[in-house]
Design a protein around this ligand. Sequence first.
Ligand SMILES: Cc1cc2nc3c(=O)[nH]c(=O)nc-3n(C[C@H](O)[C@H](O)[C@H](O)COP(=O)(O)OP(=O)(O)OC[C@H]3O[C@@H](n4cnc5c(N)ncnc54)[C@H](O)[C@@H]3O)c2cc1C
Length: 235
Amino acid sequence: MNEAILDHVKHEGHNIYTFWLKPEKKIDQIAGQFLEVHLPHQNPDTRGIKRWFTISSSPTEKDLVAITTKMADKNGSSFKIALRSMEKGHKLKISEPMGDFVLPKDDSIPLVFIAGGIGITPFHSMIAYLNNNPEPRHIQLFYGANKLDELVFEKELKLLNNVELIPVIQNAPTNYKGQTGFLDSKKILEQIKDKKNARVYISGPEPMVEKFKKEFEELGINKNNLVCDYFPGYI
Ligand SMILES: Cc1cc2nc3c(=O)[nH]c(=O)nc-3n(C[C@H](O)[C@H](O)[C@H](O)COP(=O)(O)OP(=O)(O)OC[C@H]3O[C@@H](n4cnc5c(N)ncnc54)[C@H](O)[C@@H]3O)c2cc1C
């Protein structure tokens, strides 16, 4: 495990925060990977002192690494309460990055990213990386959020010319001009430009990812073209 200290915290949207950490030893990260965070705290609840988090920042960040998470409106875990109460300089432990939810080596493969809420974190890391290391990739990003103020990173995600950002807002204001309602696999499929070759990445709460994986398979997407990142722990 690597020691890290809290550098600063950024409020991103309703109950959503990015924690910027400074690892003692530089980490070796590929955009889209996750790590384990150990945060010992007083009176931990039964869910304990460890959590997995995707690294939301780009590997091109020099000294810092970020995780982004959503705090529960009620019944939040003791872990998240401890995380939110950390002050600058607070020490915690992080593992080496791991996971294969990463960009394909072949940059000609058209990419479809589907993010449910906080599942945006690996895509933010990948897109932030591509902002610094442009590659000829085409990306359609379907990003479902409960409310407009939970649609985080919107500005950064729009920075890249070859990213087509399609927000889908569940509880949108009446004058909202974009797509509304729940993310829907059939509607997404209708909008995918290259259905045969697209590599479809799905990230978000576990039940949402399971549902989309099953539905896309039923709708004829080859399961070798489906890449999933499951976030357990959200109910
Ligand atoms: C590979 C991987 C990557 C991940 N990446 C991210 C990421 O980038 N960002 C992120 O936020 N999460 C990520 N997660 C999920 C993360 O590890 C946590 O499971 C998640 O954030 C929930 O945290 P929490 O348990 O502290 O619950 P909280 O966020 O505090 O609460 C979540 C929900 O659980 C309910 N709840 C409260 N108490 C209990 C209880 N005792 N038992 C059951 N439910 C309860 C709450 O009401 C709330 O609805 C990732 C997980 C994996 C495996």
